[in-house]
Design a protein around this ligand. Sequence first.
Ligand SMILES: Cc1ncc(COP(=O)(O)O)c(C=O)c1O
Length: 434
Amino acid sequence: MTVSVEGELVNMVSEEQTKSKLALLGGEKAVKSEQGDMFAWPIVTERHEQAVLRVLRAGQMSGFEITKEFEKKYAGMLGRKFGLAYHNGTAAILGAMYGLGIGVGDEVIAPSLTYWATAAPAYTLGATPVFADVDPETICIDPKDIEHRITPRTKAIIVVHYAGMPADMDAIMKIAGKHNLKVLEDCSHAHGALYKGKEIGTFGDVAAFSLMTSKSLAIGEGGILFTDDRQVYERALLFGHYIRHDEITLKELKPFVGLPCGGFKHRMHQLSSAFGLVQLELYPQQMAEIDRAMNYFCDLLDDSSGIKPMRPPKGTNTTKGGWYFPLFKYVTEELEGLSLSRFSEAVRAEGSLCNPGCNKPMHLHPLFPTTSASFGGSVSFVEFNRAVNFPISKNKINVQIHILKRLHKIFQLLLDIWSPEIKCERTPHLLFAE
Ligand SMILES: Cc1ncc(COP(=O)(O)O)c(C=O)c1O
């Protein structure tokens, strides 16, 4: 059967067929469209192609004028004074750290559950990451686990709005204020997300975003930092943007202009900037559609056993932006021991993506415990081994609802493991045993 929605076509088996047998057990796949087509991201339109071609034809690849336009436009949308673009998000975090004055002997407190680029650039500056636990509700740094890790060397708290979930910024900003610490927001998973109605990336002293190709706001490879603080901006310029040193006005920085203080060349490729300018125009609409579809999906799953949607409480005006890798909590105990890997395998067999887990907590990697002078004990709680991740087809946004409805039916079948369809074949324990 082919479902047509607003002109888009998605191949699916009928409801009856889906109910009769799971694909894992030899039934027909619920979603038959090619995954490459369904999950390709970002969406590349003729406008993107034209924008990129213009740069190529004008021979502007190594300049920075289009990049400046991109920075200005994005900073304007976010309501921040300064934007500075980078060739990737890791470099933007390094530049942000230098901008804040983080240096030799300093410590930065970061969540253990994140991608390494949140914290590892501290080493480049001679500083040390100290890891804190995550709050199981937000899956972001737990404000209750920050204060006891603060020492006289602590310079900053790094917040990650993990998997699109905004961190508890009220509590974090209060702690930072009390201890006179800087706050760096790593917003790489949460472009456009709101915390109590205010956009993430506007709370800390500086915010850094990855813009690489899988991110919600994707421009190819790229990163950007935002700040309202001229000193942070100019220090970041000094560190890795020597070609733009004419923008430096601060007296203490002036003697150093001409060479990059960090020995880095951080500028963004102009092709990415041109692509990004188009993305900025399309993203708000895309984000709104993804948000609508994912909330719909979560509403369907809200009362299911075993799968708990991870999203901000309703009515708080806190949102997940573009839902970069949507995470759900998986509770094996509620599913008669059905393993996460087996569950994921069954969903994948139906033609959807589904991956168990998320980033491995960093404090478990030998790089950190062996080099971190002040690792403050063990992190008590991490959710990484209880998470399941259903990447949604952002490409076919206008057929989301139908795909999700169908996937929900599959989940119900899987979750309701005593259902006659499955029970009549074998006992659930045997069926789903690892
Ligand atoms: C939380 C987080 N921070 C930083 C980065 C680094 O960004 P990039 O890959 O653009 O260097 C990533 C990238 O995946 C990330 O997930």
